[in-house]
Ligand binder design. Structure first.
Ligand SMILES: C[S@@+](CC[C@H](N)C(=O)[O-])C[C@H]1O[C@@H](n2cnc3c(N)ncnc32)[C@H](O)[C@@H]1O
Ligand SMILES: [Zn+2]
Length: 355
């Protein structure tokens, strides 16, 4: 895990009287820069651009206190981060991403608010350790904007896209060992079928898994276009008449498996709710039904508290509600946002508040 903290971060934090749990935990970090010199070796990426989804709704949802502590758990292009930090005077923002390119880009994008920001390269499932590493006891608001960023999708070399040829990679964190090539070439046919069916909701999963097995027996499957071709050729003619690209669902599924996205989300939801200070808000943007189901049920379970079977006459578990749901229905982007940014089409924002 890397920690990149603006040079004035702790000076300001002390001034703001932020709750600290002790000394920052430097055992987690590869790099804890306190001076500008540390950044000089990191090249800035000029093409790192991502249009933030539901920007105003997210700011409203977080109820930002100028002197509060906030976490952007999926910093990406730092668009939401910048908006949060601009609302802080005395408060602090911790930005997390597991993608090193996103972390590199942050310094430039957040230059105007750098005195109140700390950027940490980490998996958001470690949000508790990240806060502890910053010597913070809790947060007043936490934002998750799930999935991949536009630069991850658009930079061919990352291997996420079925439209551009590249080695089969799909890792958000390029220090991680597991790649898409390993999944496609070494996982059993049954494991592939399950991934495609469960994470891609791909009804032709058995046909595609069988085709992958046949092809890799002849030679390794190494590139995105090679895989996209195998998927397309495995599908029946009627599936090829659908509007979306034939490889879209399978690529989503393999990406979710490579990055272990759903387990990370389940773990992170629990930890994020626990990390909130009383009255603190958790806001989560999802992009497909698998993610949304996890968020919705985590929020509902935390809002219900009691986990006793329904036919118990009295509660014996003693568990109390931890949060209240803010709005029964998710917030959706309007037609203008969808027209301006097609990626917003499937977005859903759910919000809860710590009791
Ligand atoms: C949709 S983008 C966020 C865009 C950002 N909100 C903005 O306004 O630019 C999602 C980001 O979350 C990161 N991410 C996804 N899963 C993660 C995880 N488990 N831990 C840390 N970062 C993760 C990705 O690397 C990506 O950069
Ligand atoms: Zn109970």
């Amino acid at each position: 895990m890397w920690h990149c903290v603006g040079p004035d971060f702790w000076q300001g934090a002390a001034g703001a009287g932020l709750r600290r749990t002790g000394r920052p935990d430097t055992s987690l970090s590869v790099c804890v820069p306190r001076t500008d010199a540390c950044y000089l070796s990191i090249p800035m990426n000029q093409n790192f651009h991502h249009v933030s989804i539901l920007p105003d709704a997210c700011m409203d949802a977080l109820h930002i206190l100028p002197d509060g502590v906030y976490v952007d758990a999926t910093m990406g292009g730092a668009g939401h981060s910048l908006r949060i930090a601009e609302r802080l005077t005395g408060g602090r923002l911790i930005c997390i991403d597991r993608d090193e390119e996103a972390v590199r880009n942050a310094r430039e994008r957040l230059a105007s608010v750098w005195d109140r920001v700390a950027v940490v390269k980490s998996d958001f499932r470690e949000i508790d350790r990240v806060l502890a590493g910053q010597a913070l006891a809790g947060a007043d608001g936490i934002l998750f904007d799930l999935g991949v960023s536009s630069p991850q999708l658009d930079h061919a070399g990352r291997g996420f896209s079925y439209m551009q040829d590249a080695p089969l990679d799909m890792r958000m964190d390029r220090q991680q060992a597991l790649t898409a090539a390993e999944v496609v070439n070494t996982w059993s046919r049954e494991a592939l079928r399950r991934v495609l069916f469960e994470y891609g909701e791909e009804r032709y999963a058995p046909l595609i898994a069988a085709a992958i097995e046949r092809e890799r027996d002849k030679h390794p499957i190494e590139s995105t276009l090679q895989l996209a071709g195998i998927i397309r050729d495995a599908m029946p003619a009627k599936a090829l008449r659908e509007k979306q690209h034939p490889a879209k669902r399978s690529f989503q599924a393999i990406r979710i498996a490579v990055n272990d996205e759903l387990s990370a989300l389940r773990e992170a939801m629990e930890k994020a709710m626990d990390a909130l200070n009383p009255g603190g808000r958790l806001a989560v943007i999802t992009f497909h039904s698998l993610e949304d189901r996890i968020v919705k049920s985590a929020f509902q379970a935390a809002a219900a508290g009691c986990i006793c079977p329904r036919d118990f006459p009295v509660c014996v578990c003693g568990q109390k509600p931890r949060v209240r749901l803010v709005g029964r229905k998710p917030i959706l982007p309007g037609p203008q946002e969808i027209a301006d940014n097609p990626r917003a089409r499937s977005a859903k924002l759910r919000v809860c508040e710590r009791l």
